[in-house]
Ligand binder design. Structure first.
Ligand code: NAP
Length: 257
């Protein structure tokens, strides 16, 4: 049997991942703070799909509660798929941000996926297989559209995924960064926003179904709304052209006096 652990499974994108994976026959470990919502989802999925579901109530920004999740990631039955999905936004720019709110966002969006990945990886490498899905955002590539540090937290998730692929891709561990654009979930309400003012909002079922097609194709980066995968490849090629210039012991001519 294959077991997936999903953070932020109580609503939005995580909730749909749970439904889709249960339909594919995965046993699940559901993680979030809202115990009632997790239990009700678990009952529904057990009854509909006959899969095993564990529920872990945890505020992932709390180091002790994180330990419980870390322990489960190292325990049996092994976790074959980790979905680092829990995340939040933060309204407003950096200039007037509350330092505690900044720290909270950095923890939830960047530190938590890092530590959970580090907890699950050794077992996956030892077994020679496993998958990790990291939910980032298109804002990782478009930070000018997002004041404050949200885009930077998601750019971290994308970069971590790319580094991880280089580190463990050849050792049987598949990693995928999913970059949603605007998707209809509770994230806007939670940060005091108004989704009705956001253009081109994707339905959450469509987003996850597309992301899972990218998963089945073993894409490293999946951006569901982008019409042509070639656009991403062209972006990567341009990055590699730039990178050719990094191998110089001397500053470029234009920076010499
Ligand atoms: P959502 O409906 O608000 O879901 C967020 C999930 O994270 C909930 O299950 C929430 O559960 C959980 N969570 C939040 N804080 C937590 C904490 N401290 N500890 C544990 N769990 C916590 O939003 P969503 O859109 O599905 O977000 C999922 C991911 O997609 C996030 O990483 C987000 O950045 C990313 N994303 C979303 C969009 C979009 O437009 N919706 C676009 C790009 C990327 P509890 O409240 O029960 O803890």
């Amino acid at each position: 049997m294959t077991t997936a652990l999903i953070t932020g499974a109580s609503s939005g994108i995580g909730n749909v991942y749970a439904r889709r994976l249960a339909a594919r026959g995965y046993d699940l470990v559901l993680v979030a703070r809202a115990t009632d919502r997790l239990n009700s989802l678990a009952d529904d999925l057990r009854e509909t799909h006959g899969v095993k579901i564990e529920v872990i109530t945890a505020d992932l920004t709390d180091a002790n509660q994180m330990q419980t999740v870390g322990q489960r990631l190292r325990a049996e039955p092994p976790i074959d798929l980790l979905i680092n999905n829990a995340g939040a936004g933060l309204a407003g720019g950096l200039a007037h941000a509350d330092p505690q709110a900044l720290e909270h966002l950095l923890r939830l969006n960047s530190l938590v996926p890092t530590l959970l990945t580090a907890a699950v990886l050794p077992g996956m490498i030892e077994r020679g297989h496993g998958s990790i899905i990291n939910v980032a955002s298109v804002l990782a590539l478009l930070p000018e559209y997002s004041p404050g540090i949200y885009a930077a937290t998601k750019s971290y998730v994308l970069t971590m995924t790319q580094s991880l692929h280089a580190e463990v891709g050849a050792r049987g561990v598949y990693v995928q960064a999913v970059l949603p654009a605007a998707t209809r979930t509770e994230i806007y309400d939670r940060m005091g926003g108004d989704i009705s003012k956001v253009p081109d909002v994707m339905e959450v079922d469509d987003l996850v179904d597309a992301a899972l097609i990218g998963f089945d194709r073993r894409e490293l980066v999946t951006i569901p709304p982008v019409p042509h995968h070639g656009d991403w490849e062209a972006f990567e090629q341009a990055r590699m052209v730039l990178a050719h210039g990094f191998s110089n012991a001397q500053p470029a001519e234009r920076y010499r006096k």
